[in-house]
Design a protein around this ligand. Structure first.
Ligand code: ARG
Length: 460
């Protein structure tokens, strides 16, 4: 047990209590940001005359050598240390002696861990935003290919009106664009530097907090030291945004699973994103999509866990907050993993255009348009609705589509039908007539795709 705080103690800590208290098994992933933060802190200490330049240089070199040795395996992070901060400081002192004992001047582990988590999370928020842009670019490419791929649009999972695949995918473009916007909002609000807040009440050293903030690309220092050491709002915001993003992925996964089913066959998932069965030789299962849907629960759970951990914490730092890490890391790892895999699965998926189109034709998705046709010919809408309803019943009986009936059959239902009806209710016409922005008509669709392409080029 290599602890930083032995001086005040006469007895030893119980082994179980030590293990219970330690966080090194999961906070070791903060090593890189811990070292980044310490380098900025000691650079500032030297500039402010709190340590001298030789001490600074020795510390900077020592920190770099620790990072390098952990990377190349010469130094191993073991459970002998309480947390990553103790690991770094103990090893620094081992390597450079007394100068190493000055690194922690004007700092507490409370503002140090607040800084580490913020740096680590800031990188992850940026990474999530970048992968969202990649996801959007995959979707925009698919949209451009499928502006005239007709498919049924659904409500209640019942065929409703014809849309295009570009239009359906466009719904997810809007969702992921909002997710991207949320990442940018979080970055904006979280980008203030915690270090210099001390344990809770600042320090008595003449620290230059503006300097440490700017060394690590923060907009400035945080403004209340008690809030700073006990603030995990940015993590809660990030996990909230990830939960919403994951909800979108889960809905999309659900649709891909339905589309890939033997009954629908709208898509064929690539072998690279499918698995087989140990007993049923014919099976090719959409396990990746199912796991994306499945992992949504644990990500919501991570958010709930963090919210619940924070709800009763009196100011300022309390050890409860160490529980932020496993939940936050679990949510980031899983959500980023799902997003990355899903984009690749979409990119390699085959869309069976003919099946989609046939499904739109055979599902009476042009029934509203057929009613509208009669309205244009002077039939009141409610009467037209009822005429088409009876025609649909007749077609179900004959197992055919409305536009497969003869003009004589149609006239038997209502004399207003003319031979121009077939063109008026074809899939292409039904879609093309929907030309307001946001609708599936090809011209409207092209305008929207352009707007979204302009959006992603800002961030590439
Ligand atoms: N491992 C701790 C955490 O994750 C670091 C801060 C410890 N501070 C303290 N006063 N015990 O929160």
């Amino acid at each position: 047990m290599a602890q930083l705080w032995g001086g005040r103690f006469t007895g030893n800590i119980d082994q179980l209590a030590w293990d219970f208290n330690a966080s090194i098994s999961f906070d070791k992933r903060l090593l890189e940001v811990d070292i980044r933060g310490s380098k900025a802190h000691v650079t500032m200490l030297a500039t402010c005359g709190i340590i001298n330049e030789e001490e600074r240089d020795a510390i900077l070199e020592g920190l770099d050598s620790i990072m390098k040795d952990v990377d190349n395996g010469a130094l191993v992070i073991t459970s002998e240390y309480e947390d990553v901060h103790s690991f770094v400081e103990a090893n620094l002192i081992k390597r450079i002696g007394d100068a190493g004992k000055k690194m922690h001047t004007g700092r507490s582990r409370n503002d140090q861990v607040a800084l580490d988590m913020r740096l680590y999370t800031r990188d992850k928020v940026k990474e999530t935003a970048d992968i969202l842009i990649h996801m959007l670019s995959v979707l925009l490419e698919l949209q451009k290919e499928h502006i005239e791929t007709y498919m049924p649009g659904f409500t209640h999972l019942q065929k409703a009106q014809p849309v295009t695949l570009a239009h359906h995918l466009g719904a997810y473009v809007e969702m992921f664009k909002r997710d991207h916007g949320r990442m940018l909002d979080i970055l904006e609000r979280m980008n203030y530097c915690p270090i210099g807040s001390g344990a809770l009440a600042g320090t008595t050293y003449p620290l230059d907090r503006d300097m440490t903030a700017s060394l690590m690309d923060f907009k400035g220092p945080t403004l209340n030291s008690m809030d700073t050491v006990s603030d995990r709002d940015y993590l809660i915001e990030y996990l909230s945004a990830l939960s919403i993003m994951q909800m979108h992925l889960s809905r999309f996964a659900e649709e891909v699973i339905i589309w890939n089913s033997n009954e629908y066959q709208f898509v064929t998932i690539d072998d690279a994103y499918s698995t087989g069965s140990s007993i049923m030789p014919q099976k090719k299962n959409p396990d990746i999509a199912e796991l994306v849907r499945g992992k949504t629960g644990r990500i919501y759970g991570d958010l709930m866990s963090l919210l619940t951990t924070m709800k009763g914490i009196p100011l300022a730092y309390d050890k409860d907050m160490q529980e932020d890490k496993e939940a936050a890391f679990d949510a980031m790892d899983n959500a980023i993993g799902c997003l990355t895999l899903f984009a690749d699965m979409l990119r390699t998926m085959v869309f069976n255009k003919d099946v989609m189109e046939k499904s739109a034709m055979r599902g009476f998705t042009n029934a509203t348009d057929a009613a509208d046709y009669l309205v244009v010919k002077g039939v009141p809408f409610r009467d037209a609705h009822s005429v088409i309803g009876r025609i649909v019943l007749y077609c179900i009986d004959k197992n055919c589509a409305i536009d497969e009936l003869t003009i004589e059959e149609l006239k038997g239902f209502d004399e207003h039908f003319d031979s121009d009806v077939f063109d008026a209710i074809s899939l292409a016409t039904c879609v093309q007539k929907r030309l307001t922005i946001g609708a599936p008509g090809p011209d409207a669709m092209k305008k929207v795709i352009k707007i979204n392409e302009d959006y992603i080029t800002q961030y590439r």
